[in-house]
Design a protein around this ligand. Structure first.
Ligand SMILES: [Zn+2]
Length: 358
């Protein structure tokens, strides 16, 4: 078995990869959503006992906030064989590796998750060897083999993205240690083609010019390929599409030699700034997963879904959503599904979250 579960995590992510046999599965947890999401999920996480990998993709609250109540607990909910998270000292080290000018911190603030990793005596970025930085520029960045046979290839971040976050962290995070919320980019005016919720002009939405995300925390996202039993998932966190594109090209993929991906967990909850037509052209993929309840940012953006549909008008596509909400329900209409050849999949009645066979 090889599954991705998108737990309910407000506007953010709490993902679980499971692989191996049903009687002896292995697990990885990626992000913990917000505080209330963690509290609701903690009993389920405790049942896992051991996880092969715990990833905190980046410092935005919709991914990391749930880690704060976790590290305040007397005992860890699970024992991870490795924790991937780039704390402040990793950003400094990545910056040094690039010989960039360092910004001094006025005072070294205790960082809650960093302290928690020490408190629980967890291994930290162990897979990346002596550098200890989860970066594609670390020689050991991939592919990595986890217990139970899961192969991971890191796609984001690079040292450049980590170094870019360092002054941001020094400036804004010295006191709070996490961003209170993801401010996102200002949205352009109502997208062309999104007239009302009852009519969608998919072609007009897809044709809007692509403006990339440039927010430093998202750029520092840990995103990777996970492979098991010949199946491949791309877990995009909130990464920049051009960083993933750069890594895929470095791995030898191109528009004429596309990477076969069985499930793409779309970057940044379907923000229109994080799924570029250029990235979609590098992937041979018909199944897409989006994690968000639509609060705060009205994700997923309609142009993202439109770009996915227009990218491959021949094959049948599936969109997986972990919440029924206005921005996802709007795609569940028979005439649009038939015209563009796709289906929407939501959690079943009474189910919390969605588990997808990769
Ligand atoms: Zn996010």
């Amino acid at each position: 078995m090889f599954t991705l579960t998108m737990h309910p995590a407000s506007e953010g992510d709490c993902l679980q990869l499971s692989w191996g046999t049903t009687w002896s599965p292995h697990h990885a947890i990626i992000d913990l959503g917000r505080t209330r999401d963690y509290k609701a999920l903690a009993p389920k996480l405790r049942e896992l006992r051991r996880v092969e990998l715990f990833v905190v993709s980046h410092i935005d609250a919709d991914h990391i906030e749930g880690a704060v109540p976790m590290v305040n607990e007397a005992s860890a909910p699970f024992i991870p064989a490795d924790v991937w998270y780039n704390g402040y000292h990793h950003l400094e080290a990545a910056g040094k590796r690039r010989a960039s000018k360092l910004h001094a911190l006025g005072s070294v603030q205790a960082e809650k998750l960093s302290n928690g990793i020490h408190k629980f005596d967890w291994p930290w970025n162990r897979a990346f060897g002596a550098s200890g930085i989860a970066s594609v520029d670390t020689p050991l960045a991939g592919p990595l083999l986890l217990e139970g046979g899961l192969k991971i290839t890191l796609l984001s971040p690079g040292d450049a993205e980590l170094a870019a976050l360092e002054p941001f962290w020094a400036r804004e995070l010295a006191k709070a240690n996490l961003r209170p919320f993801d401010p996102d980019n200002p949205k352009p005016d109502a997208p062309v083609g999104l007239h009302t919720l009852s009519t969608l002009n998919v072609a007009a939405l897809a044709a809007q010019s692509f403006k990339p995300d440039r927010t430093e925390p998202n750029g520092s996202s840990i995103a990777f390929l996970a492979e098991y039993g010949g199946r491949v998932a791309l877990l995009g966190a909130d990464a920049f599409p051009d960083v993933i594109e750069r890594s895929l090209r470095a791995l030898g993929y191109s528009e004429t030699k596309r990477l076969k991906v069985d499930l793409f967990k779309i970057c940044h909850h379907g923000s229109q700034r994080n799924t570029s037509p250029a990235l979609l052209k590098l992937l041979d993929c018909t199944r897409f997963a989006i994690s968000t309840d639509g609060s705060r940012h009205n994700h997923p953006d309609a142009p993202t879904i439109a770009r996915i549909l227009i990218n491959d008008t021949i094959r049948w596509k599936v969109l997986y959503f972990n919440f029924e909400q206005p921005n996802t329900n709007t795609w569940q209409r028979r005439e649009t599904e038939q015209e563009f050849g796709f289906a929407c999949v939501f959690p079943g009645k009474g189910d919390l979250g969605l588990t997808i066979d990769i």
